[in-house]
Design a protein around this ligand. Structure first.
Ligand code: NAD
Length: 335
C-alpha cells in the first residue's frame, strides 16, 4: 500500500510517517513547508532507516496532486495539511477557508479523478465547541465557535456528503484532542514557526529558556484549580491511531473517531508535571480568559477502542518527559 501523506513534515504528520514506515508501508510525503522543515524528512529517515519520498507542493493544486497520486500508485491518503491556529483563524478567516476547506476540496477532486477513495482526515475536538456533556462522545452536537473549527466542520460535512453520494469511499475522520510530546528519540517533535499556540510547547520553551514566561488564560473556570482542563494525548499514541484507522478502512464507511485519552488535566497540573520532569521552574503569569476558550474538554475514546482496536498508552509524565527530551536536544527546533 502506498500512502500519500499531506502535511507529512508537520508535527503530527512526521510522527505518523515514522509509524507508517515502521509498519512496512510505502509513503510519499507532500508538504509546502509552510509550517515545517525539510529536516524533518531526514530525521524520519534516521529513526526508521527508510528514506521516504518527499515532494514539495501544495494541496490546492488539483492537477499536480492528481499526477502525484497516479505517478506514485497511491492507494490511500492521510490528510494533515492545513492551518491550525484558532487566533489566527479569527484574524484571517479567508486564509483558513482557503487552506483547510478549498485545499481539502482540491485534494478530494484529485483523489476522485485518480480513483483513490481511501482517506484519513485530521479533524479536531474543536468541532464540538463548548460541549454540553463530558466526556465528549462522537454523536455529541457539532457547533464550532471559530473559523478554524468551522473549517474542520465544513470538511467533515463535505466528506459525509461525498460518502453518501458514493459508498466506494472509505473515510475515517479523526477528531484529535490535545496532541503533545515527541518521539522517544528526541529527533522529531513540535517546532511551530513563530509563537506556539498551544500550552505544552510554550511550557517547554519556558523551561528551556527560549521564552521568558507563560500566560495562563483564566484561573476562574469552574474546574478544581480554576484553570482550563484538556485531554492531552501523546503524539506517538495519536500517530498509531492513524495506522489503526487506515487498517480498519477496508470496509466502506465514513466514521468519526475521538482520539484522546479520556483523562483531563488542568493547566496547573501540566505545569507541575513539567516542572517535576525538567527540574526547572516554569515562570507564569495569570491573565484574563481568552474569548472562545472553554473550561473543560475531554474525550470518550471508547469508539476508537471498539472499532479500531486503539487506545492511548502514554500518561502525562511520559508526555512531559518526551517533550522535554525534544526541547533539550533541539533548543531552537529543527534549525
Ligand atoms: N496540533 C494540534 O493541536 C491539532 C489538533 C487538532 C487537529 N489538528 C489538525 O491536524 C493537522 C496537522 O496538524 P499539525 O499539528 O501537525 O500541524 P503542522 O502545522 O505541524 O502540520 C501541517 C503541515 O501541513 C503543511 N501545509 C499547510 N498547508 C499546506 C498546503 N496548502 N499544501 C501542502 N502542505 C501544507 C505545513 O507546512 C505543515 O507541515 C492539521 O490539519 C490540524 O488542523 C491539529
Amino acid at each position: 500500500m502506498s500512502i500519500l501523506v499531506t502535511g507529512g513534515t508537520g508535527y503530527i504528520g512526521s510522527h505518523t510517517c515514522v509509524e507508517l514506515l515502521n509498519a512496512g508501508h510505502e509513503i510519499v510525503i507532500l508538504d509546502n513547508l509552510n509550517n515545517s522543515h525539510l529536516e524533518a524528512v531526514r530525521r524520519i529517515e534516521r529513526i526508521t532507516g527508510k528514506k521516504p519520498v518527499f515532494i514539495q507542493g501544495d494541496i490546492r493544486d488539483t492537477q499536480f496532486i492528481q499526477k502525484v497520486l497516479i505517478d506514485n500508485k497511491s492507494t490511500a491518503v492521510i490528510h494533515f495539511a492545513g492551518l491550525k491556529a484558532v487566533g489566527e483563524s479569527c484574524e484571517q478567516p479567508l486564509k483558513y477557508y482557503d487552506y483547510n476547506v478549498n485545499g481539502t476540496l482540491c485534494l478530494l477532486n484529485a483523489m476522485q479523478q485518480a480513483g483513490v477513495k481511501t482517506l484519513v482526515f485530521s479533524s479536531s475536538a474543536t468541532v464540538y465547541g463548548d460541549p454540553e456533556k463530558l466526556p465528549i462522545q462522537e454523536n455529541s452536537p457539532l457547533k464550532a465557535t471559530n473559523p478554524y473549527g468551522r473549517s474542520k466542520l465544513i470538511v467533515e460535512e463535505m466528506l459525509r456528503d461525498l460518502y453518501a453520494s458514493d459508498p466506494n469511499w472509505h473515510i475515517a475522520i479523526l477528531r484529535y484532542f490535545n496532541p503533545v510530546g515527541a518521539h522517544k528519540s528526541g529527533l522529531i517533535g513540535e517546532d511551530p514557526k513563530g509563537i506556539p499556540n498551544n500550552l505544552m510547547p510554550i511550557v517547554a520553551q519556558v523551561a528551556g529558556g527560549r521564552r521568558e514566561k507563560l500566560h495562563i488564560w483564566g484561573n476562574d473556570y469552574p474546574t478544581p484549580d480554576g484553570t482550563g482542563v484538556r485531554d492531552y494525548i501523546h503524539i506517538v499514541d495519536l500517530a498509531i491511531g492513524h495506522l489503526k484507522a487506515l487498517e480498519a478502512l477496508d470496509s466502506a464507511q465514513c466514521t468519526a473517531f475521538n482520539l484522546g485519552t479520556g483523562q483531563g488535566y488542568s493547566v496547573m497540573e501540566v505545569i507541575h508535571a513539567f516542572e517535576h520532569v525538567s527540574n526547572k521552574k516554569i515562570t507564569y503569569e495569570m491573565a484574563p480568559r481568552r474569548s472562545g476558550d472553554i473550561a473543560e474538554c475531554y474525550a470518550d475514546p471508547h469508539l476508537a477502542k471498539e472499532q479500531l482496536g486503539w487506545e492511548a498508552k502514554h500518561g502525562l509524565r511520559e508526555m512531559c518527559e518526551d517533550m522535554w527530551n525534544w526541547q533539550v536536544k533541539n533548543p531552537q527546533g529543527y534549525q
